[in-house]
Design a protein around this ligand. Structure first.
Ligand code: ATP
Ligand code: MG
Length: 267
């Protein structure tokens, strides 16, 4: 496997502009480095406020790091234009309905990233890609004409996944994207992601609190504590020989994510 993503010494500081202590610098992320191979899945775990979403947003380009660099296939990600970056990395958010535009049909929302990406395709070719993507995520051609409120929460999340994969990116970042779904829909969505990963070779980086999902789908785990990466390694290594007590606690916790997942566990 070749190196897909390299994160070198990224950190994030926020300066509070108002509130009790204006001008105070908050360290959300201390410098951290890790890398991911092509097709690998990385789970990011940690307590609340430990910096998980900050890492996810920096990788997806929604936040700029205060220092450090990110490379994808050896190219500096932070120096890419948005158009180029979104061909490499896309993000799925937690609240699928809110992340979809209520006034635009599903089909148009899936066409948007393709139109933004000037690759010389005709409108007909782009529409064909949208219908293909709907099929890949288990939606029907008629869903092209639906507005988001006409879909169930599982179907909405499928639209979000469709929007993430329509440009065939190399990495998808999902920040607690499955937490709000009921267990059976969550299992369907995770199984869909595993299938897409096999078909398209996409790498997933996902933030989750669920040890069951982590054990089932991830190749590597990154553990955060108060803005610091305290452990990083293969899922197997962190389960069998965790170096930090927090790692053991997070991976043992049982928080009702018992779901009927595919049998291809990576444990
Ligand atoms: N825009 C911001 N301005 C100031 N501080 C911020 C901002 N965004 C995040 N932080 C701070 O950075 C720290 C890390 O936040 P982050 O959202 O990455 O945590 P998290 O691990 O995702 O937590 P949770 O599990 O609750 O989602 C927190 O202390 C948070 O208050
Ligand atoms: Mg978060």
């Amino acid at each position: 496997m070749s190196k897909l993503l390299e994160v070198r010494n990224i950190s994030k500081y926020y300066t509070h502009k108002d509130g009790w202590l204006p001008g105070r610098r908050i360290c959300a992320l201390e410098p951290l480095s890790f890398s991911l191979e092509r097709g690998e899945t990385l789970a990011i775990m940690g307590e609340t406020g430990s910096g998980k979403s900050t890492i996810a947003k920096i990788i997806a380009g929604a936040e700029k790091p205060s220092s450090g660099e990110l490379f994808i296939n050896g190219q500096a990600l932070d120096k890419m234009a948005d158009q180029q970056r979104c061909r490499y990395v896309r993000m799925i958010f937690q609240d699928s309905l809110r992340s979809l535009n209520p006034q635009i049909t599903v089909g148009k929302q899936l066409l948007e990233p393709l139109l933004f990406n000037h690759d010389g395709r005709s409108l007909e070719e782009r529409k064909k890609r949208v219908f293909e993507t709907l099929r890949k995520v288990g939606l029907l051609p008629e869903h092209y004409h639906f507005y988001p409120h006409m879909l169930s929460s599982g179907q909405q999340q499928r639209v979000c996944i469709a929007r993430a994969i329509v440009l065939e990116p190399q990495i998808i970042v999902a920040d607690e994207a499955f937490a709000a779904l009921d267990p059976s829909i969550r299992a369907q969505i995770i199984n869909l992601i595993l299938d897409l990963q096999q078909d398209m070779g996409i790498s997933f980086i996902f933030v989750t609190h669920s040890p069951e999902i982590v054990k089932h789908v991830s190749d590597k785990i990154l553990i955060m504590h108060r803005g610091k990466m305290i452990e990083f390694g293969t899922t197997q290594a962190l389960i069998t020989d965790p170096q930090e007590s927090l790692t053991a606690t997070l991976l043992q916790a049982d928080n009702n994510y018992k779901v009927p997942l595919h049998s291809t566990t990576k444990e």
